[in-house]
Design a protein around this ligand. Structure first.
Ligand code: AHM
Length: 352
């Protein structure tokens, strides 16, 4: 017997009914995100035709200026949030400051959204998967227009988070803190359909993902863990595989499903790592934890980190529980030689 297809919109509405106190605002916001993602998917799929249809500086055959895809994605999400009355403000990777919607409809909305509209966009030219990452918080300021304080909350305060991966197929994966569910876009009907219910990540994995090119800049602890992955081959039935696409959503999505660890540590060149807390590390950490994995900055949980600025970065290690625990064990050597003061500084910067 054929299984009934459950669309994203249907699923969101069903889940809303599970919470008697739900007012439907979060559900509506999630549906708006899903709709914007379909439009971005359409443009990402046309990316190879850019030289035919026109480049950023050029006009396309219709006489319209063609925008770079990351700007296009940003504008698309902004329009969608602006016209939805459920989002009071947005922080985007593409914009220096938050955008506050202070019209009568939006200014008292309950939620704010942090978004990376097109993560890994440098990969588009070569047909590698890219993604959108989003994170939703309940605002903490009362009434009136939002402020930056509404965004500078710990990741553990997220009410929902998710990503869209524009890959060999397009998927939307999200959590509201009650497990993780994945939806694949069926282009024939233009709907995201539930394809991966209740995603759980294996406790152990076969894959480690890190940019090996920076190896000599990593801390001793990180080098120790990489050595463990390379050298433990003999004691394991199958060696670890190193897989690194350089597109965070794609790397983490693969590891989430297959089991593995994703790492973007600090290095001499980037003392705070590269990935941004608000719209990269936190949402992905929320999903990984909800799927049964772990996500840390080094000693501590990513979701405990309270950012002090919008575009702040943090080191990231996330994935299968046992792999992250082993990594953490290796990192102890980085902290063993630190003074009490240095440790206290790390603790306070990581919200411990
Ligand atoms: P971007 O915001 O410029 O797209 O950079 C973010 C991307 C992540 O998707 C990915 O994990 C990382 O940068 C890769 O960086 P690197 O090339 O330094 O390994």
């Amino acid at each position: 017997m054929k299984k009934k297809v459950i669309t994203l919109d249907e699923f969101i509405i069903r889940r809303q009914a599970d919470f008697s106190y739900a007012s439907g605002e979060l559900s509506a916001l999630l549906r708006d995100l899903g709709f914007a993602a379909k439009i971005i998917n359409r443009e990402v799929n046309k990316a190879g035709l850019v030289d035919i249809l026109g480049t950023t500086e050029n006009e396309n055959v219709h006489g319209e200026t063609v925008k770079k895809l990351d700007i296009f994605a940003n504008d698309q999400f902004m329009d969608s949030f602006r016209s939805s009355k459920h989002c009071a403000a947005v922080a985007s990777e593409e914009l220096e400051d938050i955008v506050v919607f202070d019209d009568d409809r939006s200014k008292n909305a309950k939620y704010v959204v942090a978004i990376d509209p097109l993560d890994g966009s440098s990969n588009i030219d070569v047909n590698v998967s890219v993604g959108t990452i989003f994170s939703i918080y309940r605002r903490i300021t009362e009434n009136g227009p939002c402020t930056i304080d509404d965004f500078l909350q710990k990741g553990s305060e997220q009410v929902a988070a998710g990503y869209i991966i524009y890959g060999s197929s397009t998927m939307l994966v999200y959590t509201t803190g009650h497990g993780v569910n994945g939806f694949t876009l069926d282009p024939s009907i233009g709907e995201f359909c539930l394809s991966h219910p209740n995603i759980t990540t294996p406790d152990d994995g076969e894959i480690y993902s890190i940019n090996h090119g920076y190896r000599w800049n990593f801390s001793d602890g990180v080098k120790k863990y990489i050595d463990h992955c390379i050298n433990s081959d003999r004691s394991r039935p199958k060696p670890y595989s190193m897989r690194y696409i350089g597109s965070m959503v794609a790397d983490i999505h693969r590891n989430l499903i297959k089991g593995g660890i994703f790492m973007y540590p600090t290095s001499n060149d980037s003392p705070n790592g590269k990935l941004r807390i608000l719209y990269e590390s936190n949402p992905m950490a929320f999903i990984v934890e909800q799927a049964g994995g772990k996500a840390i900055t080094g000693l501590y949980r990513i979701l405990n980190y309270k950012p002090e600025s919008l575009h702040q970065r943090c080191p990231v290690f996330m994935g299968s529980k046992n792999m992250v625990e082993k990594l953490r064990e290796c990192l102890e050597i980085d902290y063993a030689e630190m003074s009490e003061d240095q440790l206290a500084q790390i603790k306070s910067s990581q919200g411990v």
